[in-house]
Design a binder for this molecule. Structure first.
Ligand code: NAP
Length: 231
């Protein structure tokens, strides 16, 4: 069985990805909350010194290298640019972009050696179109999509694929920042008139990491109930 490391696996989308993949993969999870599980390492990914410790814990658990990396951890900050503090700015850049970049760099050498690997980044539709009041969130997700394309090129000849899923609004604790009126507004502006379910993202991840998807690389896939295609 292949070995998968999933960040942001304690809640929402990452939690569903872990649940779905655990039937056919060895899964190692990370998040910030306390969980007493053998296949779990608690760390704050906004702190870049966590990266090596996380990768080493996963490799100790697998007694082997990481074949598949799912970069899902992330947070959303909705406020005008002039209200963003330098500390919040560093925090979101580190968590939403830099941790995925550094983790990818940490797992690529083993993938190259095995001549097989899969990386899936969870972006956002806000990185594909702009989202006012979420400028840095949008920017981190745009950065991730540029990184996805560039890294896919860099590792293509090693049979390593790198892809990104850009969800629209998904029903998870992250979306609890919306009140009932705002949730209805999201439904009204979404062509399919609904939120995405975490299982839809998890099933696409399952396909992207499969052998069948070996020719799919460097792609940004908008799983957004039509939100990105206009109104
Ligand atoms: N929900 C949406 O509408 C939506 C839409 C587009 C994109 N996304 C993206 O999907 C991804 C997952 O979001 P979600 O909706 O599943 O949110 P969620 O339910 O709030 O889960 C976020 C996950 O990230 C982890 N996390 C947060 N801050 C962290 C930190 N500093 N260090 C390490 N882990 C941290 C959380 O762990 P703990 O809770 O244990 O701290 C949790 O496992 C994010 O990248 C988000 O940007 C979500």
């Amino acid at each position: 069985m292949k070995n998968v490391l999933i960040t942001g696996a304690t809640s929402g989308i990452g939690n569903k990805i872990a649940e779905i993949l655990s039937n056919s993969y060895n899964v190692f999870k990370t998040g910030r909350r306390e969980l007493n599980q053998e296949n779990y390492f608690r760390c704050d990914l906004s702190n870049c010194s966590s990266i090596d410790k996380l990768v080493n814990s996963a490799k100790d658990y697998f007694k082997d290298s990481i074949d598949i990396l799912i970069n899902c951890a992330g947070q959303y900050i909705y406020k005008p640019i002039e209200k963003m503090t330098p500390a919040e700015t560093d925090y979101l850049l580190n968590l939403n972009f830099k941790s995925a970049y550094l983790l990818s760099g940490a797992v690529i050498p083993d993938m190259k050696q095995k001549k097989w690997g899969r990386i899936v980044n969870i972006g956002s539709i806000s990185g594909m179109v702009g989202e006012g009041q979420a400028t840095l969130y949008s920017a981190t997700k745009s950065a991730l999509s540029g990184f996805t394309r560039a890294l896919a090129l860099e590792v293509a000849e090693f049979n390593i694929t790198v892809n990104q899923i850009n969800p629209g609004w998904v029903e998870t604790p992250l979306a609890d920042c919306l009140d009932e009126t705002e949730k209805q507004e999201v439904i009204d502006v979404t062509p399919q008139k609904r939120f995405i379910e975490p299982v839809e993202i998890a099933n696409l991840v399952k396909y992207l990491i499969s052998e069948e998807a070996k020719g799919l690389t460097g792609q940004n896939i908008n799983l957004c109930a039509g939100l990105s295609i206009g109104c």
